[in-house]
Design a protein. Sequence first.
Length: 153
Amino acid sequence: MNKYEIIGIVGEGAYGVVYKAKCKETGDFGKLVRSFIFLVAIKKFKESDDDEIAKKTIMREVKMLRLLKYKNIVMLKEAFKRKGRLYLVFEYVEKNLLEVLEDNAVGIDPKRLRYFIYQIIKGVTFCHKNYVVHRDIKPENLLINPKDNLLKI
């Protein structure tokens, strides 16, 4: 957890809390050494050692995310355990579909909407080809990069 600097809370739920954080990494490119700052989302689960059902659900999520590498599925960067709690580190995506809908009270441009639907279908198809059913597709779980409209489940 030392390599991450928490910026703020992105969301809270029954499972735990999601934080927005900075990850500082140094890349060595030959003679040129550069320092990069990456934003990540860190999902911190509540203690689940007592709850076997929650523990199994969390471990299933980690297993599936390690398997599912695709442009329309959020990328799991790492998973680790500290002080009895599991942390999942994801690529950070700025918005979700609910926020986009709230920002566009008159509706989303039809061309943009078609692109979102296309990407949802691509992501779900990839999951199904890998024998995974999502079970919780809703606007809050559809992440969107507003710069290029890339959608990730």
